[in-house]
Write a protein that binds this ligand. Sequence first.
Ligand code: N01
Length: 550
Amino acid sequence: MSTAVPDRAESPATVVDALIIGAGFSGMYQLHCLRDRLGMSARVLEQGDGVGGTWYWNRYPGARCDSESHSYCLTFDKDLYESWEWSERYPEQPEILRYMNHIADRFDLRREIRFGTRVTAARWDARADRWTVETADAEGGAGERFAATWLITAVGCLSSANVPKLPGLESFAGDWYHTGQWPHDGVDFSGKRVGQIGTGSTGIQAVPVIAETAGHLTVFQRTANYSIPARNAPLTPEFKRYIRENRPAIRELMQSTPNGHAFAIADRSAHDMTPDEREAVYAAAWEKGGLQFRATFRDLLVDKAANDTAADFLKRKIRETVKDPETARLLSDIDHPFATKRPPIDSHYFEAFNRPNVSLVDVRSDPIERITPTGLTLRSGAEHALDVIVFATGFDAMTGPLLNIGITGRDGLTLKEAWREGPKTYLGLGVAGFPNLFTVTGPGSPSVLCNMPVAIEQHVEWITDCIAAMREKGVSRIEPAAEAAEGWVAHVNAAADATLLPMAGHSWYLGANIPGKPRVFMPYAGGMAHYRRICDDVAAKGYEGFVRSA
Ligand code: N01
């Protein structure tokens, strides 16, 4: 006789109006908007045991912001905007994390945040017009269950760490770390043989700091990268006064530029100048430092010949800085146009290769074959003995954090299936087949091509207004129409193709850093200010492109 074993009774769910996943800038601001502006019940589910998102996890040596501090903040609240004073041009991770905690304190957000709570599944329940969400606790056991009308992902674009599947890693007798999952009590490199894999924005920040204490640091470079000096320094009293006296104008500037930074892109072509004049412009931007270098001419990202002028200048600077000719050659042998991968900014990165305890290994021509108990070996058989391996190998960007949640929409459609050929969203904000789901800075929105807090504020405010409008009209379900999403995906592709960005074939913007991931240009390259106008227009037309039902 067969006995059907009944399912374990499900624990009753905690029912709220809205669930928000993630407690970084996005999740905290979204909670404030829904709870304090709209009076809704809401919870934030956060895997970490503190707020901060990116700045909670990325505690690697040298971690600091690449946006200038006076533009790297939330500006929606006058008192918040005016109450925080940054100490440096580019704040370090601990200072930014203090700022995030300040936001949580100021708006009393923690009481609605469930820390140590990882979302393991989210399913649309069509009978009840709501999402049911399963969680795991810090030990991985089944956690609290939730149900909510609205589900908002605030998971960040760069939160799913990519540790390359190198054979033998489990056999390594030393310690290894990914920069995006850095131990909270730090790592002692004193006297150790350290190997760092990866020379993106993260790796370039980490090298000079690790080199200060490591016995020897070997940097394994697959793709050479441009970098511009950050010229970081404490903010002067004069600059602090300038910020205090000009906040509204700074905010307006940030909201009017394509990339959300507090500087305008010069309205001139690189071809408008003689080589000497152009050289002077680049030299001044190099001395000033930071991402503003990209804003010296309006055509650097759309005209290859214009871009070449900047690329040549930057490669020459590398060769002038690095003393060993072979190391200088490898570091300046860059195969993509300037800024087609996210341009790093650094504090003495290239100078670090002049130290006797730092060496560079080219793993483009001789790839890493396997990790061994004592280090790693290259395809040629060359062995590198290591005590510590640092993976500065980036993230399964933009789609990774969303696909990891395990989201199932209408009619059993999983997000994985819906995005089999690459992410398909409408405005980067919603997905056809997934009612009442909003994705803050999702694929198809400017997000990573923009100063993130500017992109986040716009998304959170748009989502809040949309939810308020739906509640007012008694709409219980809203989702993008499939045709609207198809149209947006085509527009996102066209916007990327109008630039040089797709020319960096190995960029994470294209998903090319993750084996097997569809090659689709994920962020919206049409510019933040333009994008904001599109979103406003969609709202003004009664949420055009969305399907609603009572
Ligand atoms: O990651 P990346 P990241 N063998 O993907 C290499 C933001 N950010 O963490 O280029 C050997 O850019 C890989 O090589 P390749 C910012 O938006 C912001 O540095 O793929 N090498 C590359 O060199 C940034 O763009 C701040 O050939 C391997 C590196 O690892 C984004 O985060 C600070 C490899 C990964 O570079 C990601 O930056 C830092 C392998 N198997 C970062 N796999 C701010 O300040 C990968 N690599 C705000």
